[in-house]
Ligand binder design. Sequence first.
Ligand code: UD1
Length: 431
Amino acid sequence: MERYIIRGGKSLQGEVEIGGAKNAALPILAAAIMADETVLLENLPNVSDVNVLLQVITEIGATVERIDEHTVKINGSTISDLTVDNDQIRKIRASYYLLGALVGKYNEAHVALPGGCDIGSRAIDQHIKGLKALGTNVKIEHGMLSAKTAHLRGNHIYLDVVSVGATINIMLAAVNANGNTILENAAKEPHIVDVANMLNSMGANIRGAGTDVIRIKGVPKLHGTEYSIIPDQIEAGTFMMAAAVTHGDVLIHNVIPKHLEAITAKLNEMDCRVIEYDDAVRVIGAEHLRSTHVKTLPYPGFPTDMQPQISVALALANGTSIVTESIFESRFRYIDEIVRMGANVRMLDNTAVITGVPAFTGAEVAAPDLRAGAALVIAGLAAQGYTVIDDIVYIQRGYEEFDKKLQQLGAEISKVETDRDIEKFKLKVVS
Ligand code: UD1
């Protein structure tokens, strides 16, 4: 099993390049199979969730040609199977996007119920509500989610919960429906706008993405396109937090600063400096971080996918911070791990009361999920001594070359497998 070993205490300095957004790439891959012509996708992150989805798309018969590690050509005209089920797809959340895409294109699909990070109950009732409103018969049987209809028809749909997944899934299913769909209380995340832009470049007619009312006029079919995926807001935010915690100075390239506003605002409150350029941000960490309060909310609020990373930073800030998680109920499973590194945190339901400590000490910890895993890496970078992080498969689901990018910034981190590798790392960094 691969692990990370880190010797903490190095201030991160230099420049780093952010990749394409995983949470945009996944639905965009699903959208790509809706055309019977070739779709060229650029800026695709080379992370395991994306590679699992590409594999599954191939298994149902689509043609996938990898041009290079970030570019792929997809042709959905050869799809021969409307059932999506393998061991891998059950582990990723975005499997449900194939339901929306296949039903949208073929009026029928059967998809293994989604897995994903264990961060809460992760209901899918709003996806089902939306698909039913579009005229499909939806069933859950033997672990499969099935949807079937003679014709999809547009409808007026109100989401009871602001859901990224349901918003995108309903968009995918509605683009080819007869008539108009109005989706109210839609999620507004940047990747929703990206998926809508991509579908529009395939001939769809979607307006209002990025606001809470999305209007979709059904079109008979979609055509091929060439599309470049937006930069990953959460990967960027993670490097911003790593710079802050290590009192570093990092220029982060290939970002859309507007998408980072909530994170930038919090870093400013913590006394860090954030300088925005057209497609880059520079983060200069404070000598002493200051405490602040955070509540996770749908975009443009503070992203739940950045909650573990900022909590680690606040655990090293002067004063007491209150972090409230309002999206997923099980997103604090990393707290026990950082407490083992010396953090002072008291949990009250979905709220962490964090009293900053001057320093962490390294320990052996395990990543409980993707973003919590990244947060533990940040904790290790700031800790005195060595930190070993187990279960990094979670981190590899969403961060490409995380260790290499951190090394470029001067971090002492390495991917290791055996205890002998750990000893070798220790000898190397000491010498
Ligand atoms: C996506 C992201 C995830 C991010 C989350 C919120 C992907 C692959 N994952 O997850 O990284 O943390 O958005 O920004 O893009 N809910 C319901 N019923 C539903 C759907 C959702 O009650 O049918 C609830 C969820 O339990 C949760 C909230 O709505 O409390 C938000 O979930 P949602 O936005 O759907 O998250 P995901 O799409 O699963």
